[in-house]
Design a protein around this ligand. Structure first.
Ligand code: UT7
Length: 330
């Protein structure tokens, strides 16, 4: 018996506070105009830890919305994977904690770290578990509280990122026509230094004499990331389509990692994607790392921009560097 994974529900979850570009003008040498024209970002959501808004709470909201859409309860879930670089704690994992909250007592659960590619990596892993027969129902989440790892004095990074979560429920099917058709995940550790958090872990722990708070936050060489993001997302997407004997114009809908509107535009031009065949929300949420793609899929489905039965290609790129693509028939 051959098994495949079908997307049966999606959901999103965000903290309440909306932070505008104008607010950055108060604290940094930046402007709404620069942020809008260089990135497309207008607002982002920022968590209030004291109100209990964390990666776990965003994940729980997204998961409950996706479970409602799928018509399942926690008891139905066999596997929970959360792609995140901002877990509530290292141990137990955020996925372990979510398992308890959802009453998913039969499931196994773990966090997965692949920076902005965390959701596509998680989807790929969950799909493999389903194909192999071990899992019938998987909850795959991309969730971040990036505001907690920003250097709020670095205008080159802190204006770009935001908090939130997106979730997808995958269910085992024997119908290959409506399924995750193929995924590709990649990494190239040689470029690790262009997007990194250096301090705060084993090499320079917080108790080390040389530990620096600013180096325990995100540092990025934006222009290098920009070039690699466009090239690698397009190459991976093209290779995946080639492997399926498909041309880009046979794909109904494209979801690109929402890091920068100019990156998305360049990918669309390279692959020949018209504007009506994609979803943009980088203006509202900024870059939410692993959350951008499942949130985009959720919003596009709920708005009717993409419909059950359509062929969707998603592509992502992030620190590591990591990148990947997934082709899904909804
Ligand atoms: O999720 C995956 C990882 N993230 C990404 O994919 C992000 C990829 N990179 C980018 O989106 C862009 O490279 C940025 C938006 C980060 C930067 O845009 P850029 O056009 O590549 O600008 P740049 O880094 O070359 O900087 C141009 C100028 C610099 O000033 P000088 O040195 O030319 O005087 C920066 O200091 O813009 C300056 N700058 C700013 N100015 C006002 C950088 N950040 C800001 C800011 N406000 N917030």
């Amino acid at each position: 018996m051959a098994y495949f994974s079908r997307v049966v529900g999606t959901g999103s979850g965000f903290p309440e506070r909306v932070m505008t570009n104008a607010e950055f003008e108060e604290i940094l040498d930046t402007s709404d105009e620069w942020i809008r024209t260089r990135t497309g970002i207008e607002t982002r959501r920022i968590s209030d830890r004291l109100k209990g808004e964390t990666t776990l709470s965003h994940s729980e909201k997204a998961a409950r919305n996706a479970m409602e859409a799928a018509g399942i309860t926690g008891e139905d879930i066999d596997c929970i994977i959360i792609g995140t670089v901002t877990p509530d704690s290292v141990m137990p994992t955020t996925a372990n904690q979510l398992q308890a909250k959802l009453g998913a007592h039969r499931a196994f659960s773990f966090d997965l770290q692949a920076a902005c590619s965390g959701f596509v990596y998680g989807l790929s892993v969950a799909d493999a578990f389903i194909r192999q027969g071990q899992v019938k129902t998987a909850l795959v989440i991309g969730a971040e509280t990036l505001s907690s790892i920003m250097n709020w004095r670095d205008r080159g990074t802190c204006v770009l990122f935001g908090d939130g979560a997106g979730a997808v429920i995958l269910q085992r099917t024997e119908d290959p026509a409506h399924s995750v058709i193929a995924t590709r995940i990649h990494s190239d550790g040689r470029h690790g230094s262009i997007l990194k958090i250096e301090h705060g872990y084993g090499k320079v722990p917080p108790y080390a004499a040389e530990y620096r708070h600013d180096l325990a936050k995100v540092q990025m060489v934006g222009s290098e990331i920009f070039k690699l993001a466009v090239r690698n997302m397009c190459e991976s997407a093209q290779a995946l389509l080639d492997s399926q004997n498909l041309k880009p114009d046979q794909v109904d809908f494209f979801l690109f990692h929402q890091a920068n509107l100019r990156i998305i535009d360049m990918c669309m031009k390279t692959l020949g994607v018209p504007p009506e065949k994609t979803w943009l929300n980088v203006n509202k949420y900024g870059n939410t790392s692993a959350a951008t793609l499942p949130v985009g899929l959720d919003e596009a489905l709920r708005s009717g921009a993409v419909k059950p039965g359509q062929l969707v290609l998603m592509a992502t790129f992030g620190g590591g560097v990591t990148w990947g693509t997934a082709l899904i028939r909804l």
